[in-house]
Design a protein around this ligand. Structure first.
Ligand code: OSB
Ligand code: MG
Length: 374
């Protein structure tokens, strides 16, 4: 496949409601979209970086910089034998996984279309429907949280994840668990605690949580191993895991019993596939995390979630939970039993709404092979 052109766009989209985590609150998203043309076919990817470097080191603006100034010039005009070879063309650039993922995933979409197969099949996915959970932001009060949980359970979601931080944890979880003793419940701290909090985190064992996600430092696998040895609840790593090597280190150190895979955090479909395979070999369940994506990123998440290692419900929810109108059609919907039917048309399986994207675009950068060569 020849990479003929790459177009970057930044779009602005407002979430239906503010989303609060231990590191801050977001409502106005600044999303970088990548449209890559290979052999005449257009593929789409989404950069999942946040607006601030609070979840990880990348932001909308660092991703734009690395894409526009380094990745796009290195890739336009190149011929690649398959999308899975793309990481080799980007390995001279350290880090910036989310920027890389946006462009790599766009090529996977194009390659699937060129092969006339749905992306999920092209990736090696085996499940035709995926199990969905929700991630609920921090709320004012335990009562407000309980009514939100009730609403999401009524929509059918199979697992509820609560964002927590010091001072907004025990009572909130206790209130939800009291009301719903049997549901699959997990919590996500986004690195808000330290090992000094081990006794406090151990007190959460009584709630029989499915997992506690990333309680400690974003870059500290070893500290999680020390914590896992002291608590019953399974630790799930999110922020710490950028590639398969990190996952193997975490598994060997017994730093977690579950891993969340986010396409952006691990630099795209190629590494995500390797990572889920390594976890599967070691009997470690994985699930698909979310980054408040638009429909394009969500469609990639759906395709990835069909791989055999994805045995727990992901943070892959319906378009309407985030947006009044999504940028793909049909909008992504979750059935009453908490599943998404994986689309069967070639590529992403959803139609990208170009006119809408055009209206939301605040900046663009287009590089085509002819221009790159001249
Ligand atoms: O840690 O999983 C996380 C959103 C932004 C940054 C980090 C995280 C999240 C979520 C939201 O939990 C998941 C979603 O997209 O619904
Ligand atoms: Mg998380």
């Amino acid at each position: 496949m020849k990479i003929e052109s790459i177009a970057l766009r930044e779009i602005r989209m407002r979430l239906n409601a503010p989303f609060e985590t231990s590191f801050g609150t977001v409502q106005d998203r600044r999303i970088v979209l990548v449209e890559l043309i290979a052999d005449g076919v257009s593929g789409w990817g989404e950069v999942t970086a946040g607006e601030t470097p609070a979840y990880n080191a990348e932001t909308t603006d660092t991703a734009w910089h690395v894409l526009a100034d380094f990745l796009v010039p290195a890739l336009v005009g190149k011929s690649v034998s398959s999308a899975s070879q793309l990481p080799a063309f980007m390995s001279h650039i350290r880090g910036h996984e989310m920027a890389k993922s946006g462009v790599e995933n766009a090529l996977w979409d194009a390659e699937a279309q060129l092969s006339r197969v749905p992306l999920y099949k092209h990736l090696g996915g085996t499940n035709e429907e995926i199990a969905c959970g929700v991630s609920l932001g921090i709320r004012e009060s335990p009562d407000a949280l309980v009514s939100k949980v009730e609403q999401e359970l009524r929509s059918g979601y199979q697992r509820i994840k609560l964002k927590i931080k010091p001072g907004k944890d025990y009572e909130f979880i206790a209130a939800v668990r009291k009301q719903f003793p049997k549901i699959r419940l997990s919590v996500d701290a986004n690195s808000a605690y330290t090992l000094d909090d081990a006794a406090h985190l151990k007190s959460l064992d009584e709630f029989e949580l499915l997992m506690i996600e990333q309680p400690l430092n974003w870059d500290d696998i070893y500290a999680h191993a020390k914590l896992q040895a002291q608590i019953k609840t399974a630790i799930c790593l999110d922020e710490c895991i950028h590639n398969t090597r990190h996952a193997l280190t975490a598994i060997e150190l017994k730093a977690c019993r579950i891993i969340n895979i986010k396409l952006g955090r691990v630099s795209g479909h190629t590494e995500a596939r390797l990572l889920q395979q390594a976890c599967r070999t070691h009997g470690v369940p994985v699930w698909c995390g979310g980054m408040l994506e638009s429909g394009i990123g969500r469609a990639h998440n759906i395709a990835m979630s069909t791989l055999p290692g994805f045995s727990l419900p992901g943070d892959v929810s319906a378009s309407r939970r985030y947006w009044s109108e999504d940028i793909v059609e049909p909008a992504i919907e979750v059935a009453a039993n908490g599943t998404i039917q994986v689309p069967k048309t070639p590529g992403l399986g959803y139609v990208v709404k170009r006119e809408m994207i055009e209206k939301l675009t605040v900046r663009r950068n287009v590089v085509s092979a002819r221009r790159a060569a001249s």
